[in-house]
Design a protein around this ligand. Structure first.
Ligand code: GDP
Ligand code: MG
Length: 179
């Protein structure tokens, strides 16, 4: 039988952050409910999942990007693509935390002055190895003027929350553009 499924809206979310922070793991945990120990770091791919939001049928598209090839590209296609930017660092990797501001200042903001985003501290299950405190995460989110969530792709903690909040932002962005 033919699949006549239709959606009220398509929403597009871009996943960004330094290598190894868990971009692919988070994406796949959400779209396929799987945790993979090793995922090819060089694959950029788009994943989809059907969700409901405000009683609407939504096709959520998630772009899992690679790093660092694209960060200093003057016309990165993912900046055009994304209605919302999920900026991810790993709580056990200070370098990845510092990279968030580089993304913001030297890449995304150059093309889009103001853009919807959410800050994610991933690998919250690895508390013993933590290098970035919750307070530091919250502070950075305040500077970026966005929400902050800690997640674990391994345990699944707050993964649905991440995509729910991001979808709401993407939906708002879509509505703003319509008006
Ligand atoms: P990416 O380069 O940002 O796409 O990172 P990956 O998704 O490939 O993850 C890099 C490594 O971190 C892999 O070995 C993952 O299994 C691991 N990883 C990702 N997220 C988590 C997490 O929340 N907790 C733990 N313990 N490991 C994670
Ligand atoms: Mg990856």
């Amino acid at each position: 039988m033919e699949n006549n499924k239709s959606f009220d809206y398509d929403l597009r979310i871009g996943i960004f952050g330094a290598g190894g922070v868990g971009k692919s793991s988070i994406t796949i945990k959400f779209t396929h409910n799987m945790f993979i120990e090793e995922y090819d770091p060089n694959v950029e791919d788009e994943y989809t999942k059907e969700i409901e939001l405000n009683d609407k049928k939504i096709l959520l598209k998630v772009l899992d990007t690679t790093y660092p090839q694209e960060i200093y590209d003057p016309f990165p296609r993912w900046v055009e693509y994304s209605q919302v930017f999920v900026l991810i660092y790993s709580i056990i990797d200070k370098y990845s935390f510092d990279e968030i501001l580089n993304y913001h200042n030297y890449s995304i903001k150059k093309i889009r002055k103001d853009y919807p985003k959410i800050l994610i501290g991933n690998k919250s299950d690895l508390t013993m190895k933590r290098e970035i405190s919750i307070k530091q995460g919250k502070e950075l989110a305040r500077n970026l003027n966005c929400k902050y969530i800690e997640t674990s792709a391994k345990t699944g903690e707050n993964i649905n929350q991440l995509f729910y909040e991001s979808s709401l932002l993407a939906f708002e962005e879509l509505k703003n553009k319509e008006n």
